[in-house]
Design a protein around this ligand. Structure first.
Ligand code: PDD
Length: 285
């Protein structure tokens, strides 16, 4: 099937989509992005993704390139043109094209907007979630603003590569105080022996994951004990269950952290239940 991308106002063949060599996203990572799940041809949690996009843009002092409604139309149209029922939409907004100079272009420039679609098998996340994954831990080497969903992801890229080489699917960052912040491309969670759900607070040091936010709402609504606080590597090693959340993997059980087997290597029942709750509760548009 022909893949279609949206590039600066035009729908083009994916293989022909390109941006200028002096695009500031390419030169400086001067841009932000979102990844949104496509489920039954609809966008999952579009409203929250748009709010986070606007926040990321605001933090790098950019205006939203078009209204959230117009952007939503572009996303849906790209999904439609790709005939994607399941998969992911990638949206990137960079500051645009200008002669290379670190400060913002004095005369301004038009933002560059790119949308691509990656179709996926309907059950891809569920299949992986059935066995759980291994994660490794690595030192937190990122800048202090991971709350901005910036395309500047070199530390994340290196961490994920290291994970792959260690036979793991994800790397969890451990900060200078010994606390796990989050993964290279996912938020990190544990469930302690008392059944409390624990994840790093969003105030600083992590991306404000959409899956994380939805799951927190759901867990509270279910009356579960929820603690948004930093947790240590030791707590993670001794956890009853561990899992990660991201648009691309929803709720993914973690059965091994470094050399430690978690929950006897079995996928935990609470993570499984949260995954099912999530599937029933998400907002589709
Ligand atoms: N990554 N933390 C980081 C560093 C991430 O890159 C992501 C998502 C998350 C989870 O956020 P959300 O639930 O909103 O997807 C947490 C996307 C999927 C990516 O870069 O591909």
């Amino acid at each position: 099937m022909t893949r279609i991308a949206y590039v600066n106002g035009a729908y083009v063949h994916h293989r022909d989509g390109c941006v200028h060599i002096e695009d500031r996203g390419y030169q400086f990572s001067d841009g932000v992005y979102e990844v949104i799940e496509i489920y039954k041809g609809k966008l999952v949690e579009e409203r929250r993704h748009m709010q986070r996009l606007e926040r990321s843009l605001r933090e790098i002092r950019m205006a939203i390139p078009m209204s959230a409604a117009a952007l939503g139309h572009v996303l849906r149209e790209t999904v439609r043109r790709n005939r994607a029922r399941y998969g992911f939409v990638y949206l990137q907004v960079s500051r645009g094209v200008a002669p290379r100079d670190h400060g913002f272009p004095q005369n301004g420039c038009d933002p560059a907007v790119v949308v691509t679609v990656r179709p996926k098998n309907k059950d891809h996340a569920r299949t992986a979630a059935a066995t759980g994954i291994k994660v490794i831990t690595v030192p937190e080497t990122r800048w202090k603003r991971p709350d901005i969903k910036s395309v500047s992801l070199l530390a994340n890229v290196l961490a994920r590569q290291q994970a792959g080489q260690a036979g793991a699917k994800e790397a969890w960052f451990v900060d200078e105080n010994g606390f796990i912040t989050e993964g290279a491309a996912a938020n990190a969670w544990i469930i302690d022996n008392g059944g409390a759900l624990i994840t790093h607070p969003a105030q600083q040091g992590i991306l404000h994951g959409i899956t994380r936010a939805v799951l927190l709402d759901l867990a509270r609504r279910e009356g579960m004990s929820v603690e948004e606080r930093p947790f240590t590597l030791k707590e993670a090693y001794e956890a009853r269950e561990a899992f990660l959340t991201a648009t691309t993997s929803v709720v993914m059980p973690v059965v091994q952290i470094d050399e430690r087997i978690i929950a006897n290597g079995e996928i935990g029942s609470i993570a499984g239940r949260l995954g099912a709750l999530f599937a029933d509760a998400v907002e589709l548009s």
